[in-house]
Ligand binder design. Structure first.
Ligand code: PYC
Length: 310
């Protein structure tokens, strides 16, 4: 299995290509990985390829395959060490950068077929790439979550993945403190049975005061691999713009910059789409970091949180 690693504004993507997967259509791959409830469970042998110690803890895999739709150039299956992802915004930029690096983007535009739908990735100036995400929409507003010592109120939003969004008028605290806070929200949502469009809520996103003067706000996003997004999170930013649009706080086509937990930035804006949804455009930079070959191995211990002290 050949791989190319990149990072998008700090968040890693590992693009994986194998002859066996490349020649199969996305739907055929997904059918093979569905369980009785219809959830998509990529095999452990694949998830190990984006797990510690073969990859950084936040790594998202992007398995390239054949698209089903003639409107797409590539099929891409996004996943991390724990789970399948519907879409992945930083990953779409990382895939665009990787394909461009190998000469696969002659017109400067490619269309990726993901589990959530087709997204168009475009080369911009200065090493940046942009994409237009699948439609994002608010599913429920004013959802109360009981945390024991306090109660918080936020929105359940679909932005290509299922999100709970919480706005707090304060600066970001330490990464450990925000991880503890967002994990407690995720666990409380599961206990209360709050669900998204297609299943449990697996991403929790905080929107906080920015540290940068060229950003309007700062995100901290807990992902299903139990770590946080080092980029501002493409699907989380899409969810956020759906909320701001629905509350009349951001007009269509108005630039809105979101800072990440580590201080990097995405430029975003949206346009209106049918059924009270918005199509969000995200722009950010990606860099190639490494490449080589990996063996697919059955190594489940390393999928489930291998650490040096284990
Ligand atoms: O950028 O959409 C994103 C994303 C999802 C999980 C990690 N990054």
């Amino acid at each position: 299995m050949l791989f190319t690693d990149s990072h998008t504004e700090g968040e890693p993507t590992r693009v994986l290509i194998s002859d066996a997967h490349r020649s199969r259509a996305l739907a055929a791959l997904l059918d093979g990985w569905k369980d009785a409830s219809g959830s998509c469970n990529p095999p452990a042998s694949l998830r190990t390829l984006v797990a510690n110690p073969r990859a950084p803890e936040a790594c998202v895999g992007a398995l390239l395959c054949r698209p089903n739709s003639q409107a797409a150039d590539f099929g891409v299956f996004f996943f991390n060490a724990q789970a399948a992802l519907g879409m992945c915004g930083h990953g779409a930029i990382g895939v665009g950068k990787t394909i461009d690096q190998f000469g696969g983007m002659p017109t400067g535009v490619i269309r990726l077929e993901t589990r959530a739908g087709i997204v168009e990735v475009r080369r911009e100036h200065g090493g940046a790439y942009s994409f237009e995400n699948v439609p994002a929409s608010v599913l429920a507003s004013g959802v109360e979550v009981e945390l024991g010592d306090r109660r918080v109120r936020g929105e359940v939003v679909y932005g290509g993945n299922e999100f709970f969004l919480l706005e707090e008028a304060r600066p970001m605290r330490s990464v450990d403190a925000e991880l503890r806070f967002t994990r407690s929200i995720r666990d409380a949502l599961a206990k209360q049975g709050v669900r998204g469009r297609g299943g449990p809520i697996d991403h929790v996103a905080l929107f906080l005061q920015p540290a940068r003067s060229d950003a309007q706000e700062r995100s901290f996003v807990l992902c299903p691999n139990d770590t946080y997004d080092r980029s501002p999170c493409g699907t989380g930013s899409s969810a956020r713009l759906a909320v701001l649009a629905s509350q009349g706080r951001l007009r269509a086509e108005t630039p809105h910059a979101i800072e990440s937990a580590i201080g990097s930035r995405f430029s975003t804006s949206y346009r209106d789409a049918p059924s009270n949804s918005v199509i969000v455009r995200i722009e950010g930079r990606a860099w190639i970091t490494a490449g080589g070959a990996l063996e697919e191995q059955e190594d489940p211990a390393q999928v489930h949180g291998w650490t040096e002290t284990d």
